[in-house]
Design a protein around this ligand. Structure first.
Ligand SMILES: Nc1nc2c(ncn2[C@@H]2O[C@H](COP(=O)(O)OP(=O)(O)O)[C@@H](O)[C@H]2O)c(=O)[nH]1
Ligand SMILES: [Mg+2]
Length: 432
């Protein structure tokens, strides 16, 4: 296997850059760059030279002998001055050598996975951690990187393997019946796994939203102040605000951070009866968007909050706009004014508190489509299994349990499908 190298920091100019080398040829690095070998795991200042003995940089070098390293292989880190010229000179030396090549996206982490340093969910957690931009993204990705999801998956797998071993015994001694108490334990274990899996499926939507943003849609009649609100919240003019009804037609989307929650806020066309075909399409889109949202903010500058055409069970927050002109004393309605800055903080609090209420009580979240699909197939197999009598059809039960073991195993470990692995690791940044 080639020894790989790459910058582990951003490609921008910076005070310091880290260039990482990993693989069996790493040991040769001191000789290649003409510096005295360093003690393992001790940061040492070294002048590094190219083949013509021209100095490249005075850099901090750290050597990590495998297998207890980030990749499981021998690793060297150069902490160089953050110039692209220095980086390039190092690359130039290495690319000319046999057995060395520049790393592909995520290749360091892929090696960590292949060497058993991380399992797949941890590798994915690491990628999410690097990409995290809000508090909640950080919390979830950190716990996935630390192995919270893996632990949950392993516990299911252990249970399934235990069940399988009991079943195999039953099949081998086919003239015997499963003892009644064992059958009971068997069924209750299956039910317990099913219940836990269904729970994690319910929470998977939350995990997806934490990653990609909760969807909040502003809905209301024309001219109630929808665009003014989104502009106010996003602090820039993204939507056109006018006295003219029907100005906003397409959906305008702004991504924001509401106290640690990533949010995609949508401004929409005012809902009314119209002859304009373009506006009609806008209205249709607005309703559709609202129906797929986590929260709908229904805005009105009078008391008209009813939308019989809206087909949605999601959380609705009623907002009375232009409260600088008149307040609505009704309970449960948020009075705001973007003109005089009334009630906006309270409205944001209400939104955040609803988002908080959606949070699962555990951190073992299914954060990827492939996790969700594997658990769904496991649930289907377990449900299937329940339709048959264990004593009459132990083979069917066993076959289904095997499916479950395989499916949940795939969440943490895919070893034989290169294509899926490439798909997972190619979303990493270079140098990771
Ligand atoms: N007095 C007052 N007028 C507002 C307020 N918010 C919006 N408006 C006005 O209401 C009109 C329609 O606003 P706009 O945001 O375009 O409404 P939309 O059609 O719902 O997007 C504009 O003239 C705004 O200046 C407010 O808080 N107070
Ligand atoms: Mg508008």
């Amino acid at each position: 296997m080639d020894t790989i190298f790459s910058s582990a920091s951003s490609s921008q100019k910076s005070a310091i850059k880290v260039v990482r080398v990993s693989g069996s040829e790493t040991k040769k690095i001191p000789k290649i760059f003409s510096f005295k070998p360093t003690q393992p795991r001790v940061a040492s200042l070294r002048k590094i030279y190219d083949q013509n003995h021209n100095i490249i940089d005075n850099a901090l070098v750290i050597y990590f002998p495998g297998p207890n390293t980030v990749t499981g292989e021998d690793v060297i880190e150069f902490h160089i001055h953050g110039s692209i010229v220095i980086e390039k000179k190092i690359y130039d030396v290495l690319t000319q050598l046999k057995g060395f090549r520049i790393a592909a996206r995520g290749e360091f982490t892929k090696r960590a996975f292949l060497n058993g340093i991380l399992d797949l969910t941890q590798a994915e957690g690491l990628n999410d951690l690097i990409n995290s931009e809000t508090e909640n993204q950080h919390t979830i990705s950190m716990s996935q990187y630390e192995g919270v999801l893996s632990k949950k998956v392993y516990s299911w797998r252990d249970e399934v393997i235990w069940l399988l071993s009991k079943l195999e015994a039953l099949i081998d001694f086919s003239d015997e019946e499963l003892p009644a108490e064992l059958e009971q334990i068997f069924n209750s274990k299956v039910l317990k796994i099913l219940k836990e899996m269904k729970k994690s499926m319910r929470y998977s939507n939350y995990a997806e939203r934490i990653k990609n943003g909760f969807v909040i849609t502003i809905l209301g009649r024309p001219n109630v102040g929808k665009s003014s609100l989104i502009n106010y919240l996003s602090n820039k003019s993204v939507a056109i605000v006018t006295d003219e009804a029907g100005t906003t037609r397409d959906i305008i989307e702004v991504i924001m951070d509401f106290e640690g929650f990533p949010v995609i806020l949508n401004d929409t066309a005012g809902i009314r009866n119209t002859k304009s075909e373009v506006e009609k399409i806008g209205i249709k889109r607005a309703l559709k968007k609202a129906e797929l949202s986590d929260i709908i903010l229904i805005l009105s500058d009078n008391e008209d909050f009813a939308y019989p055409e809206l087909n949605s069970t999601c959380k609705k927050i009623l907002v009375h706009t232009k409260s600088d002109l008149k307040m609505l004393p009704n309970k449960g309605i948020y009075n705001i004014s973007v003109k005089d800055d009334i009630g906006i903080d309270k409205l944001i609090k209400a939104i955040v508190s609803h988002l908080e209420s959606l949070a699962p009580k555990e951190n073992a979240l299914l954060t990827r489509k492939r996790h969700v699909e594997a658990i769904q197939r496991s649930i289907n197999a377990l449900n299937d299994m329940h339709k048959f009598d264990l004593n009459i059809n132990p083979e069917i039960a066993s076959e289904n349990l095997r499916i479950v073991a395989r499916e949940i195993g795939s969440i943490t470990n895919i070893i034989d499908v290169e294509e899926i692995l490439d798909d997972i690791f190619s979303s990493f940044c270079i140098g990771k």
